[in-house]
Design a protein around this ligand. Structure first.
Ligand SMILES: *[C@@H]1O[C@H](CO)[C@@H](O)[C@H](O)[C@H]1NC(C)=O
Ligand SMILES: *[C@@H]1O[C@H](CO)[C@@H](O)[C@H](O)[C@H]1NC(C)=O
Ligand SMILES: *[C@@H]1O[C@H](CO)[C@@H](O)[C@H](O)[C@H]1NC(C)=O
Length: 226
């Protein structure tokens, strides 16, 4: 299926078509694109799941709002290609072979509300990686067996974040103070990590082990713990 042209793009499209027709060139260059092995619909959803892709799809419609590239073997999210998609709201990259995410990867995705990075091979998350994602509501980042480090300021700019799931990684510490500071956060998944319970990690251990531990605003939180 092809992506239908947006009504607002019609006058320009007709003009360009006219010019190219006059110039003797036929129109395939004007057809809105859809990447190989993906399905694009007129709701601006691009579905590329389970297509044995090893690289990020090229020729994505710039107006894409939902991009599903799960269940492939994609090794990298190229910042340049991704940041053209400034209307992206939903991005599912789960079950791929992503090992690192650069600090510029999500630089222009200010409307992104849902991000799934689960079932990859991420090792660490730097402090600026999620910074530009001002609209991010839900972040799933589970089942990355080597993910052992998330920078303490990784989520500091994600004021809209409501659900964070970092279950089943290789985390030993997480900065609880910076999580509690997130104004919209209501659910955190922490289970299945080798949490270290030493003094500097005391808050976390209270969260993980003490059922009767009370926060001032305890009602705000639900804990997805073992
Ligand atoms: C990951 O994707 C592969 C290939 O499509 C599939 O066989 C496997 O079941 C998927 N694993 C998960 C956890 O979804
Ligand atoms: C998990 O982290 C420990 C160090 O904390 C490391 O020795 C181990 O290799 C890591 N596991 C994986 C699967 O990377
Ligand atoms: C947690 O992060 C905050 C803000 O970056 C920092 O001030 C604090 O020292 C950190 N706490 C621990 C236990 O690392």
């Amino acid at each position: 299926m092809r992506l239908a042209p947006q009504p607002s793009a019609q006058p320009l499209r007709l003009l360009v078509l006219l010019l190219l027709t006059v110039g003797g060139i036929t129109s395939p260059v004007l057809t809105p694109g859809c990447p190989d092995r993906c399905v694009c619909d007129d709701q601006l959803v691009v579905q590329c799941a389970g297509q044995h892709l090893t690289t990020f799809p090229v020729n994505l419609p710039l107006s894409t709002r939902q991009l599903i590239i799960s269940n492939n073997r994609i090794v990298e999210l190229p910042p340049l290609a991704l940041n053209y998609l400034s209307d992206l709201v939903y991005l599912d990259c789960s079950n791929n072979s992503l090992t690192e995410i650069s600090e510029s990867t999500f630089g222009n995705l200010r409307k992104l509300a849902y991000l799934d990075l689960s079932f990859n091979t991420l090792v660490r998350i730097e402090d600026r990686t999620f910074g530009p994602l001002a609209s991010l509501v839900m972040l799933r980042m589970t089942d990355n067996p080597a993910l052992s480090e998330i920078h303490q300021d990784a989520f500091v700019d994600n004021a809209a974040l409501q659900v964070l799931d970092v279950s089943r990684n290789n985390l030993t510490v997480v900065n609880i103070t910076s999580l509690i500071a997130l104004p919209a956060l209501r659910s955190v998944g922490l289970s299945g990590n080798p949490w270290s319970c030493e003094c500097e990690n005391e808050d976390l251990c209270l969260w993980v082990h003490l059922e009767d531990f009370k926060f001032q605003d305890y009602e705000k939180y639900s804990f997805l713990l073992d």
